[in-house]
Ligand binder design. Structure first.
Ligand SMILES: C[S@@+](CC[C@H](N)C(=O)[O-])C[C@H]1O[C@@H](n2cnc3c(N)ncnc32)[C@H](O)[C@@H]1O
Length: 244
């Protein structure tokens, strides 16, 4: 078992932080429809617990989900038995020929994957471009610098009857790295079980990502929302088409 999105954080993310995945789907289905992609294979990178994969499956797409977290994929496999899921780094995984590639909720930013760096990011864009059919689309979002404005760390928490999650966030201006220290308490029987994770994210400027995508050959649009779902501050979504 790797050290990120372990059992308790995977459970809490699935139970308490489903909005991004679920509320983005209607807007993404509209984009696919507009792009004449009404069927075929969607490859979902950083598919998490399969929340959006389930919606894509309901809309009659085939789904291949790829995620580095065993615990997330375990939930996804139970939730969406009709989809295929692989536990792998998205920076290394084989991407089969497909109609769309989708990656929701800042999956490309995470540095806990040692295979994530500026070189593998551009290689990923090439791999996706080569896997997509002509007219296929790559839809994803990233976190940008400006997540934490203050010099001091920001702390917040979310609680329910079954779990509590505490998060401390700090952004290094020079390296443009965000560090999130995450402490979870999950009720197990009469007691709460504690777990700790530290997630570092490389933050990317939208203009730099757009330039990289264009260099690969994509036609790129950017947006701050998927349909009615507005991304949190300092995030941008990309709709990158492989020309038909
Ligand atoms: C914030 S969660 C979002 C999950 C899902 N897309 C959603 O919206 O609910 C980020 C996910 O990306 C996965 N992830 C991050 N970096 C990854 C990598 N390099 N390769 C594969 N999965 C990765 C994590 O394991 C986690 O499941």
């Amino acid at each position: 078992m790797n050290e990120w999105y372990k059992e308790d954080l995977a459970f809490i993310h699935d139970a308490g932080f489903s909005d991004w995945a679920l509320k983005s789907v209607p807007g993404i289905l509209e984009i696919l429809n507009r792009s004449q992609i009404q069927e075929g294979l969607i490859v979902e990178l950083g598919c998490g617990s399969g929340l959006s994969a389930q919606e894509f499956t309901k809309a009659d797409y085939k789904v291949l989900g790829i995620d580095i977290s065993e615990a997330m994929v375990e939930i996804a496999r139970t939730r969406v038995p009709d989809a295929e899921f692989r536990i792998e780094s998205l920076f290394k995984a084989d991407i089969p020929p497909c109609n769309a590639v989708i990656s929701l909720s800042e999956c490309l930013n995470y540095l806990f994957d040692p295979d994530n760096n500026s070189q593998t990011l551009i290689q990923l864009f090439y791999r996706i471009y080569n896997a997509l059919i002509p007219g296929g689309v790559f839809i994803f979002d990233i976190a940008e610098p400006g997540q934490v404005i203050s010099q001091t760390p920001i702390k917040n928490f979310t609680e329910t009857d079954d779990w509590i999650v505490l998060v401390e966030k700090q952004e290094d201006r020079d390296s443009e790295i965000l560090t999130r220290r995450i402490i979870t308490f999950r009720k197990v029987g009469e007691h709460y079980r504690r777990d700790d994770e530290v997630h570092r994210q490389q933050l990317y400027k939208a203009a730099d990502v757009t330039a990289k995508l264009r260099r690969v050959g994509f036609e790129v649009q950017t947006t701050q929302s998927y349909g009615q779902f507005h991304l949190p501050k300092a995030h941008t979504a990309f709709i990158a088409y492989k020309p038909a």
